[in-house]
Write a protein that binds this ligand. Sequence first.
Ligand code: AMP
Length: 231
Amino acid sequence: MGLNIVMLGAPGAGKGTQAERFAQARALPKISTGDILRRGVKEQLPVALLAKEKMDRGDLVDDDTMVTIVRDRLAQPDTDVGFILDGFPRTVSQARVLDTIIDERGKGPLLVVDIVVPQDELARRLSGRRICSACGANAEPADDADSKCRRCGGTPVFRADDTEAVVLERLRVYARATKPLVEYYRERPTFCAVNGSQAQAQVALELSTMVDAVAVRSGVVAVEARGAGGG
Ligand code: AMP
């Protein structure tokens, strides 16, 4: 059985960064549906170009498109050891389909981590967020305007969907469509919440400890090296 993880949290909660750290520390594939869509737009794939308008507005792309993307990705053999999903599910209906996919795979239960950050801090964090134009990695908040991507040396740029109006819309969409997911998962023994307001390394440590506890509780044996969640 692998570590099959879903990372929940509002835009700006640090989901992507923590997912990346954890994936590296445990040698798990990180699957970010936002990254897949942005890569698709760059490669001019029809399905991604159709989604682009919604992404630029801060709206959600339709469930069918997203479910198809994730179903295909989870069928790849590198996910046999587990995976970490970042940005999916975003609606209860996506979560229901994901439950079916997980059941059909028969490779262990879903562990759900919610990264919790208060609303006013989210808005502050979101204006000013940059990603690498080459590989899509998040730039470190401490990096200055001339810093290069720490992963590939590429140039960080502001995200097209991080302008103020779009940021507010994304937070609204989160509150309406995605936050109910927390209620959908909360009562499960495989659910845990992490305080995302702490320093990044502290969040990583808490996340790592909680995932291990939840994994033991639900009968999943974590075989990879432990530690402070990497990096
Ligand atoms: P992200 O990088 O996860 O913030 O995703 C960027 C944008 O891609 C979102 O604002 C949505 O427009 C779209 N998107 C990514 N994942 C999903 C999903 N699971 N459901 C619907 N839309 C999504």
